[in-house]
Design a protein. Structure first.
Length: 195
């Protein structure tokens, strides 16, 4: 093999490596929406009818916990939508929704099941109406209960509980609430049906 051929082979190999590395870096993985609630901790007995087909899992609803994964393998959390307070009253006289809007407060419990959870829950949550419109969190707190601080640190194995407030049109029919770890950047999103 002469030098010219060797250089072309090396250049071709380098170009192929860069294409593979570029494709890997741009691949965000497969995004998924998880609506499967974790089974209760007490553990219901397993089915005894060997030939029976398992029932299709019902969509998660308020009170259910969804196990979520973050971008890193060690980032995992069990997230529960504990309560939804529609038409929540603002925390004080300065906390008021804009004309034609209302506050909806959603209480989340976040349990760090992997490494410590250190994130801003307000960046992770979305509220969807029946038309599929998505609403982000508001800066306001409500009288529904204690809100999450802007940044939350939860030790591994521990839980944090707090409300996030959304400002939605008065006539919006609430349908789903979503939560995604890593400030909404992870590939897996938990989704709870509200109606």
């Amino acid at each position: 093999m002469n030098r010219s051929t060797a250089r072309r082979s090396a250049a071709a190999l380098l170009a192929a490596s860069l294409v593979v590395l570029g494709a890997t870096a741009c691949d965000s993985g497969t995004s998924s929406v998880s609506t499967e609630a974790k089974p209760p901790a007490s553990g219901a007995p397993a089915s005894t009818g060997g030939a029976e087909k398992p029932a299709a899992a019902a969509p998660a609803k308020v009170g259910d916990t969804i196990a979520l994964k973050g971008i890193e393998k060690s980032t995992t959390a069990d997230v529960t939508v504990v309560k939804v307070v529609d038409n929540a009253e603002g925390e004080d006289e300065y906390s008021k929704p804009a004309d034609g809007k209302r506050f909806v407060a959603v209480q989340f419990r976040i349990k760090a099941t992997g490494k410590a959870y250190s994130d801003a829950p307000a960046n992770s949550a979305r509220l969807l109406d029946a038309q599929g419109q998505s609403f982000t969190t508001s800066l306001y707190d409500t009288k529904a209960g204690q809100g999450f601080a802007g940044s939350v640190n939860i030790a591994a194995g521990e839980s944090g509980l707090g409300f996030l407030t959304f400002e939605v049109p008065k006539d919006a029919a609430l349908d789903k609430v979503q939560f995604t770890l890593d400030s909404g950047m992870a590939d897996q999103t938990g989704q709870w049906k509200l109606s």
